[in-house]
Design a protein around this ligand. Structure first.
Ligand code: UD1
Ligand code: CA
Length: 465
């Protein structure tokens, strides 16, 4: 299969204004590095064209960190640009890897919100300009300061791009600016890049100079306006990252609404990963979803919950202030308020986990309940078990963790301590306040606490005069 498109993603810059040790493109938007968003968009474009695009990332500052952050991505290629002599020089580093039979699209690792739909429009417009057409994505800004200006002739034909620092007089008043994103026919692009000069105010090799080169060769240049400025906004500072985060979250919330979810307030939900919802899901304010989260039909999530890599079955209700991490919850269950489900928790259908209950690396069978103030760790709990208030599974002896087995229909009294390893038989009852360290037989009452005594003839001490 032919390569339908080459994509060069520029990510060599330092991003000084982030004031961070981390390379800029690894800063996250919606829970993933900015560069990951751009790579995904590039991959989606190729897929839409029916074959894998050739995606090349130009790295420089923090090259090793960037490369290793994407080491699991097959097919991605990296080239190092060192030193960084400008955007044209950056694309030139990738030139040898570009397939001349397909056009080349230039994207930026710090412009994370660009959509495949807009890029499709750009590619289509450039194609309409002939097989050798150049396409520029532009945007009109109320304040164009700092950007490259799109210079047109009397007929509106694009002539060139002038950088802020090289612009004079009338050029500075042009409000249509270069987003940086362009698509060009690859063979001429290589030629134009090879002929760039750095004879300009910044002594850099400007990618933008390929526009004038294309015009000189009578190649059609088509400027395509971006749908909105937010989509093409670059991230250079923590404040700009935060603004991009809001836009990304707004898009995610909109998509959830379109899938039929009810959001108490679409401005107060944060999804840092992927949230899959069934029908009739309700999500209250202040919830954070991280990694891969799946909510079945009719699930209700109360305010201020955090769900990280969790699956919740149909009809389950999660009350306010719960934290679920690497946990699986069945259908028709009730969790919280104030419950903590830690990694390895697997709850069957109809399980109830109430306030101030912590469950870790444990399985609870159908309709089992731990309604108040309990710790269940490293336990296999059967069906219809009642874990009384204050029950602690003492799974840790200070050196090793041990497992606890609790059979179906067992009940642990309030404030019981189950010292692992231990097996509690089916239907067993443990008396309140018991500390059980030996096995507890099925179907019987086991009590392990001091007997109540009443001391006859005892009197309270009296204060000495
Ligand atoms: C560039 C454009 C300008 C456009 C603006 C949009 C040029 C010459 N100018 O200007 O027309 O309006 O973007 O934001 O292209 N980079 C490298 N290697 C380099 C230089 C830059 O990888 O040697 C990367 C940077 O990391 C950054 C991007 O390219 O992600 C843009 O570089 P930057 O220096 O910010 O370009 P601008 O001067 O803003
Ligand atoms: Ca910039």
């Amino acid at each position: 299969m032919n390569v339908p498109l080459n994509v060069v993603i520029l990510a060599a810059g330092q991003g000084k204004r982030m004031k961070s040790a981390r390379p800029k493109v690894l800063h996250e938007v919606a829970g993933r590095p900015m560069l990951a968003h751009v790579i995904d968009t590039a991959v989606a474009l190729g897929r839409a064209a029916g074959a894998a695009a050739r995606v090349i990332v130009v790295v420089g500052h923090g090259a090793d960190a960037v490369r290793s952050a994407f080491s699991d991505r097959a097919g991605l290629q990296f080239v190092v640009q060192s030193p960084q002599l400008g955007t044209g020089h950056a694309v030139q580093q990738a030139a040898a890897l570009l397939d001349e039979a397909a056009p080349t699209l230039v994207l930026y690792g710090d412009v994370p919100l660009i959509t495949a739909a807009t890029l499709q429009r750009l590619l289509a417009a450039a194609r309409d300009g002939g097989s050798s057409g150049l396409g520029l994505l532009t945007v009109t800004l109320p304040d164009p300061t700092g950007y490259g200006r799109i210079v047109r002739d009397w007929h509106g034909k694009v002539l060139k791009i002038v950088e802020q620092k090289d612009a004079h007089g009338d050029e500075l008043a042009i409000a249509e600016v270069n987003t940086g994103i362009l698509v060009a026919p690859t063979a001429p692009l290589k030629r134009w890049l090879g002929a760039l000069s750095n004879d300009n105010a910044q002594h850099e090799y400007y990618l933008t100079d390929v526009v004038a080169a294309a015009v000189r060769e009578h190649c059609t240049v088509t400027a395509v306006p971006a749908a909105d400025a937010a989509e093409v906004a670059g991230v250079n500072s923590p404040a700009q990252r935060a603004a991009a985060e809001r836009v990304a979250q707004g898009r995610i919330a909109q998509a959830l609404l379109e899938e039929g979810a009810t959001l108490a307030d679409p401005a107060r939900i944060d999804v840092r990963g992927t949230l899959a919802v069934g029908r009739d899901v309700f999500i209250d304010v202040g919830c954070v979803f991280e990694g891969q989260v799946t909510l079945g039909d009719g699930v209700r999530v109360g305010p201020h919950c955090v769900l990280r890599n969790a699956t919740v079955g149909a009809g389950t209700e999660i009350a306010a202030f719960c934290l679920l991490e690497e946990a699986e919850v069945g259908a028709q269950a009730r969790i919280g308020p104030y419950a903590r489900l830690r990694p390895g928790t697997q709850l069957a259908d109809e399980v109830h986990i109430g306030n101030f209950v912590e469950v870790k690396n444990s399985t609870l069978g159908r309709a089992s309940k731990a309604n108040h103030l309990a710790y269940v760790g490293d336990a296999t709990v059967g069906a219809r078990v009642n874990i009384g208030a204050g029950t602690i599974v003492a799974n840790y002896d200070g050196a090793n963790k041990h497992r606890t087995e609790i059979g179906d229909d067992a009940q642990t009294g309030s404030n019981s301590v189950l010292v692992a390893p231990i097996a509690v038989g089916a239907g067993a009852t443990i008396g309140a306040g018991s500390t059980v360290a030996g096995d507890v037989p099925a179907g019987r009452l086991t009590v392990a606490r001091a007997r109540q005594v009443v001391v006859e003839g005892w009197t309270r001490p009296v204060k000495k005069k």
